[in-house]
Design a protein around this ligand. Sequence first.
Ligand SMILES: Nc1ncnc2c1ncn2[C@@H]1O[C@H](COP(=O)(O)OP(=O)(O)OP(=O)(O)O)[C@@H](O)[C@H]1O
Length: 934
Amino acid sequence: MDYIVGQRWVSHADAQLGLGIIVEVEPRRVTLSFPAVGEERTYAADSAPLTRLRFKAGDHISTVNNVELEVTSVKEKEGLLLYTGTDHHEQTVTVSELELDAFVQITTPQQRLLNGHFDKHSDFALRVSTLMQLDRLQRSSARGLMGSRTNLLPHQVYIANEVGQRHAPRVLLADEVGLGKTIEAGMIVQQQLLTGRANRVLILVPQTLLHQWLVEMLRRFNLHFSLFDDERLRETSSVDPLDDDPLLQLPEDNPFDAEQLVLCSLDLFQANPGYRNLALASHWDLVVVDEAHHLHWSPEQAGEDYHFVAELAAQSPGLLLLTATPEQVGLASHFARLQLLDPERFHSLTEFEREEREYRRWSEMAAQLEAGDRPEDLPAGLDPAAPAATLIDQILDRHGTGRVMFRNTRAAISGFPNRVMHRHPLPNPDSYAHASLDIAAALHPELPYHDDSWLAFDPRVAWLEQTLKQLRPAKVLVICARASTALALEHYLHLRAGIRSAAFYEGLSIIERDRAAAYFADENNGAQTLVCSEIGSEGRNFQFAHHLILFDLPLNPDLLEQRIGRLDRIGQEQDVEIHVPYLEGSAQETLLEWYDRGLNLFRESCSAGTMIFDTFQTRLLAQLEHRNDDFQTLLDDTAEFTARTRLELREGRDRLLERNSCKPEVAAAVIADIRANEDSDTLAAYLESLCEAYGVEHEFHSDQAVVLRPTEHMLTGHFPYLDDEGLTATFSRDKALAREDMAFLTWEHPMLVAAMDMVLSTELGNASLGTIKLRGIAPGTMLLECLYSINCVAPRSLQVERFLPLTPLRLLVDARGKDLAGLVPHERLNGLVERVNKNTALAIIKQVQADVESKMTLAGKQAQERLAPILVEAEQEMRAALGAEHDRLTALRRVNPSIRQQELDHLSYRMEECAIHIRHAGLQLQALRLIITT
Ligand SMILES: Nc1ncnc2c1ncn2[C@@H]1O[C@H](COP(=O)(O)OP(=O)(O)OP(=O)(O)O)[C@@H](O)[C@H]1O
């Protein structure tokens, strides 16, 4: 494709951009400015979704200077088109395509019909059915949630539905370990992308989870993220990775701009501060940060990673933070993360701490409201006459963590396995006498050894070997705190004990780590055991194993919970067997006792671990150093405190959060809608007609599954997502979950999305001609079937399309200009219309040309009349939605003076801008069929 600066192109992927103008051409990229929406876009030159706009003689064009021309001739000069025509003063004028008005509407169906370009009826029907399906999908409550290859779990579907529909969502996904936060984030990202709310997404994860995220996004959501690491950035940018001077001139070629979906490790920016400016200079619609509790923050000082994410958070409209243990590093730092999400709502730590103490009161109030009572002491600013559901939402928003935080607990979700604990006391060897020196050495007595001589006398080692042999062939995950321990153990098991094993620790490259994890996961020829340092205790999926050996214990209950969470997660089908070897009389034993008898952590997960730890820390540390008779009292006190805290959480904060994190009736309705889409045969039938239209071979594979293959007679050289090998795909979710080799075809599979887009962005089926026998109507009578869609050219940031329906406006005008659409539905007409041979069709069109044009004018007028109330309704809907946001901020401002007037003003401004664009929305003729009665 030859691009030349100044040429005019339209994006067929995004008609709302209006008419673009090429402003820069580079060897592999082309940049267009879209003046109608004030945006610039850069595309890869060989795959840009662009169509050159060429007018022909007879077309009407308008220029930026409001000159209207009817084109009489077209010439090309140095790659640019020059249009000559007559304006309304009958003057002959020549304008360059450079001067064309960017707010162009191209109504090609009429031009094609009158010029004798007729499509098959089946193609016309396909086009109309595409419009109808898109409209149905847009209105479906399952929109954006159909395509993921996952089980439909209510708590995930609820969150994805609630958050994914938001404009610029900013939330903390804090489900307890292993409940599927990655899946929730994937569903939200997918929904945001599919609905056009987001285009550019950046995901930041710990290095150990990069590959897992990459694979999960691809296999569950068909999302192709590009992995950016040091190597890739060095290859594509000249920035010095170590130079983080913010005033540095950034290169024009920002590598982050080259991809829409980027996955990076957060550590990359720690090690190479120079890359931060690059990432910040790129625009993101949505930033996702996994294991967000790692961001360093304390009331005295925030870490560089926190600052970096805070800067990203400030420039990106959407932000998802993920953590299973939000309070792992304390309440203050939990608050700091909430502040990243909603600085208006979370403006004062003291206030937040006070609120936390009141959760029980709000929880009880919500319960009262739900039971139909009206409490006397409703907080100020709430309308006692409002419906209970509204009041509950407002209480959650203003006094709980409301719309910002989602946390489902295992207690509320059934189907988790039991945890079974096995203690293994072992004699404490004399060589570890030094262990009482400090707590780290007491808990990990092998640490002071610079070689592996400790392996010979530490009884945990021989026990480990023996236990693994006993458990054979069961897979066993071994976790210890330090990399050196993991490495030494793995060497021992592998080289001296002959046990198939792999190590997983920070010294390995990402590829080596993933190779180790894959070796462990391999069912047939894989390792029996994986020995991990603490980095293996976070985020990874090892639920195919159900034996966990804790070679030592971390001094942090949330870390212990994370360790157990590797196995105790969704998909675990057996009881989780937790084995803990410990040295008798050592600090390890004391810690084990405290976790077990104090917190009961080996049997039940506990979301207040850190808080309980903080409460007893001093007493516990003293006991770890030197255990005495007070220990029993510490255990009793901890157990009593834990029981009380659990109860408080259940009745207070957790219940308040749960109320917000899964509403079963809403989830059930969405799931039913997703299922209804899967269970009907409409998709299969639609796919068949698509394949027929485009010449793709379509063959039965098995129940609910098909094989698609490209052929030599394809209409276009290429069909989206279909390579030479073909594609085996199923419409059944259950089959897709069991058969990873099959694609899961839903209305939201990228093949369907791209193919539907292809139908509407090309001319396929937009002009058709046929005959019909209708009793009682004189032969030779003309009917025109016209389908219009609403087209609103507006800056993308306004997201106007979410208020405008996609429902096509259909008219069937008869010879007198009367609309019969209501009497004869489209499907019925399809069954009655007969095709006409090309010569007859050309003869017909010659005869009725003038008549068609006048009927088109009538149809256009009628459609315009029908458009008016639709636009009024769209504006009302927009005002209601943005108005509610405005009201919320105004209400929050009463309790929180830090909300700036400027923000409220900006919302009002947005509302007015949206209103202007909605009022100027126009109609685009999508398809036209001329029918003559015989
Ligand atoms: N709806 C689902 N269908 C099928 N598998 C699922 C579903 N939800 C979660 N899983 C699987 O369960 C495991 C846990 O999910 P995920 O990794 O998203 O949990 P998490 O909450 O992020 O865990 P952690 O707290 O450990 O980071 C993964 O193996 C995931 O693939």
